[in-house]
Design a protein around this ligand. Sequence first.
Ligand code: KIV
Length: 271
Amino acid sequence: MSDERDSAPVTVASLRELKARGGRFACLTAYDATFAALEEQAGVEVLLVGDSLGMVIQGRETTLPVTVEDMIYHCACVARGRRRALIMADLPFMSDLTPQRALEDGARLMKEGGAHVIKIEGGGEMAETVSLLSRRGIPVCAHLGLQPQSVHKLGGYPVQGRDPEAARRIVEGARRLCEAGADLLLLECVPAALAREVSTNVPVPVIGIGAGPDCDGQVLVVYDMLGITPGRRPRFVKDFLAQEGSIPAALSAYVREVKAGSFPGPEHGFR
Ligand code: KIV
C-alpha cells in the first residue's frame, strides 16, 4: 500500500522529518517541464533549477553570466512540469550583493518562477542575508564547500575543506548559517569525513555532491548522470544511462541507489 507521504507535497518540514527518521532523499537539476515530470515520476523529491543551466543549457564556460531573468524562465518551466516535488532555485552570481537585493531577487524567483526554496552560495559570511530571507518567510539552502560562482577566485573547481583550517571554516559556517535560519545545506566537493561531521551535527537536511555517502540527500546535474554533458566527467558523477539504457530507468536507478545508500560509492568521493 502506498504511503500518504508518497503523494503529499515535499516541503522543507517533510525533508527535516525524513532526516530525523534516518531517511535519504534524491535531488537532481531540472531546467524544463519534461525533465521535471520525468524526474518526479522516478521519485526525485527535490528539483534544483541550478545556475549550472548557464553551462549545460546556454553553453557558457561558467555560471557567472546567468541572470535572474534566465533563472525565472527555467524555474517557471520546471514549475509547470512539477506536481509534488520541492523546487529549489539558485540565486545567480551577485544577486546576493546585498541582503536587500537577495531578498528582492529571491522573492522574484518565488513569485514569477514558482520556486519554493532559494539556494545561496557562501559560508558563514552569508549569515546576515540568510537571516533576512528567513525572517521574511523565504526558505534558504546555503551552498558551502566548492562554490562554482567563485571559479575565478579559486582558479577552477578544486576540492574544498581538505586542510584543518578550511574544514573548521566549513563546520563553523554551517553552524552559523543554521543559526541564521537556513532550512537546508548543500555541500559540494568536500572530503566525505567532513560532510559526515557536518551532516550529523546540524539539525537541517544536508544535500551532498562530491561529498560522500553520509549526507541526507544527494544531487547531481541531470545531464551529468545521463552521461551527455560534453567534456571530462567529474569523479563524483556516475553515468546511470550507460548502466540502465533508458532515461526513465536511469532516473529511477539514481533514486533507488541514493535512497539505499549505494550511490555515491567510495570511488565517487574525496578524502
Ligand atoms: O547549479 C547547480 O546545478 C548546482 C549543483 C551543482 C549543486 O548548484
